[in-house]
Design a binder for this molecule. Structure first.
Ligand SMILES: Cc1cc2nc3c(=O)[nH]c(=O)nc-3n(C[C@H](O)[C@H](O)[C@H](O)COP(=O)(O)OP(=O)(O)OC[C@H]3O[C@@H](n4cnc5c(N)ncnc54)[C@H](O)[C@@H]3O)c2cc1C
Length: 451
């Protein structure tokens, strides 16, 4: 049997490509190395609770995609608040009237707020940020306020990259215009609901998904993808879509010699951002969570300095961390809730004991975000970046980045005819769930147009 598309990887990118193609009547087969879909967007059972092991913060624009696929209602979004703290100042997202109070708490007067509004509006309305070389420079132009500057650096945590090296288009991501992260939600059933629903679209439209299947390689002949080799058996397909990351696709699943040198040189700029460690925690309701809040973030004094220390291979004295408590956002009735503390880990081989010690230090500081958090913790489990790779099958870095302010992503179409890359390493911008899903749709549209 010849497929219209064989898709490698059942992450959000691969699944959305498969969903759009299957709905258009194309014959698709998805091959996934793990025993379930979702990749870095998955919920797993630990200590008797469901935890989101990767993504747990979604922008409202994803809802438009699920609407197109007829699955928005089943996604059942729960809207939540984000509390970002720097020193004694806080900012709550989504913005509203309370934002004025937040700004006053940072020492800003009416004049400062007016200037901030005009400068930010100007950047957004006229896309001026595109002409500014980097993210840090842009933030510095918008506000002189030190606390606010650090809070605007939230994108750095998720790109795992020094804001000084981040391109200015991250501004649009952080401010919500690109994917709606200014009005975040989480599916009531947890992040794993997104891949589940995309996979159901594929199955309902006659497509196949095979788990525990890892192709040996992509077959390329005369500059065109012809199919894949699985357990030594050739499977024919007009198109091959890889959702496994552009570097892995080119260097491990294909052969460098099939690609022009200019393309390979551009690929050379891509890196993983810094990896994260997570402390999955079960805690009692006695901890004081703000109603409806799900994500709490603590910023250090000087995010750029923090990244420089991480890059040198050490934990900074004041490491940034995020606590996610989705069950509290749903208003769960249970006495015990699940929460996750995430923090960045230096590059290189960091001993487990050093990561454990850092987790302990951060746990001690968690009470400054959620009073009573450590005292009410009844169980916890640390997953280092190495544990992520072994147990969950992925690298715990949120976003693939180039440490360059000029960073632009590659297209979903590759120089090999019929070979597409989808997921967070290719267009559109950002390394998040929305960008992965949109890249899958983009590849599907290209394939559908070419027939
Ligand atoms: C800790 C963490 C927190 C995050 N938080 C957020 C967040 O709050 N909000 C947000 O929007 N984004 C977040 N992200 C990023 C988001 O999870 C990813 O951008 C998105 O899920 C990536 O989807 P993808 O399809 O590009 O890739 P992946 O999810 O990596 O999917 C790739 C799939 O391919 C499979 N695979 C790999 N190699 C092979 C092979 N050889 N054969 C077969 N299958 C293979 C993998 O098992 C996987 O299922 C987070 C990521 C991490 C790690």
């Amino acid at each position: 049997m010849k497929y219209d598309a064989i898709i490698i990887g059942a992450g959000l990118g691969g699944l959305s490509a498969g969903a759009y193609l299957a709905r258009a009547g194309r014959k698709v087969l998805v091959l996934e190395k793990m025993s379930e879909p979702g990749g870095r967007c998955r919920s797993v059972e630990l200590m008797g609770h469901r935890f989101d092991i990767g993504a747990d913060y979604f922008g409202k624009k994803i809802l438009g995609i699920f609407s197109e696929l007829g699955k928005k209602k089943e996604l059942d979004p729960v809207w939540f608040k984000v509390i970002a703290r720097h020193g004694n100042s806080s900012m709550t997202i989504p913005p509203g009237l309370h934002t004025f109070r937040d700004f006053r708490g940072m020492g800003m007067n009416a004049g400062d707020m007016g200037k901030l509004g005009l400068r930010t509006g100007g950047q957004i309305m006229f896309n001026r940020y595109r002409k500014i070389s980097g993210y840090s420079e842009l933030v510095n132009r918008i506000t002189e306020n030190g606390s606010l500057r650090e809070i605007f650096n939230v994108g750095a945590f998720f790109s795992g990259n020094n804001p000084e090296n981040m391109p200015s288009h991250w501004f649009n991501l952080v401010f919500g215009r690109t994917y709606g992260y200014d009005k975040p939600f989480i599916p009531r059933a947890g992040s794993g609901r997104l891949p589940e629903l995309l996979a159901s679209v594929i199955r309902e439209n006659g497509g196949g998904i095979v788990y525990n299947a890892q192709p040996d390689r992509i077959i390329i002949r005369d500059g065109s993808a012809r199919g894949i080799l699985l357990d030594g058996r050739e499977m024919e397909s007009v198109n091959v879509i890889s959702g496994t990351g552009i570097l892995h696709t080119v260097h491990s699943l294909a052969d460098r010699k099939d690609f022009p040198s200019e393309f390979l040189n551009t690929l050379g700029y891509y890196k993983e951002g810094f990896s994260m460690a997570s402390v999955f925690t079960v805690f009692k309701k006695g901890a004081k969570i703000i109603p409806g809040a799900h994500v709490y973030a603590m910023f250090p004094a000087g995010v750029s300095g923090m990244f420089r220390t991480l890059k040198e291979g050490s934990f900074p004295e004041d490491n940034m961390f995020v606590i996610s408590v989705p069950h509290a956002a749903y208003g769960a009735a249970e006495e015990h809730l699940a929460g996750t503390i995430k923090f960045l880990v230096p590059r290189g081989a960091v001993p487990r004991e050093a990561i454990e010690a850092e987790a302990g230090r951060i746990m001690g500081r968690a009470d400054s975000l959620i009073p009573g958090f450590s005292e009410n913790t009844v169980d916890s489990r640390l997953y280092t970046p190495a544990d992520y790779a072994t147990n969950f099958g992925f690298t715990s870095s949120v976003s693939p980045v180039a440490e360059s302010v000029h960073y632009e992503k590659m297209s979903t179409a590759t120089p090999v005819r019929g070979l597409f890359c989808v997921g967070s390493t290719v267009l559109p911008v950002g390394g998040c769930t929305a960008s992965s899903i949109l890249s899958g749709r983009a590849a599907a549209r290209q394939i559908l147009k070419s027939k």
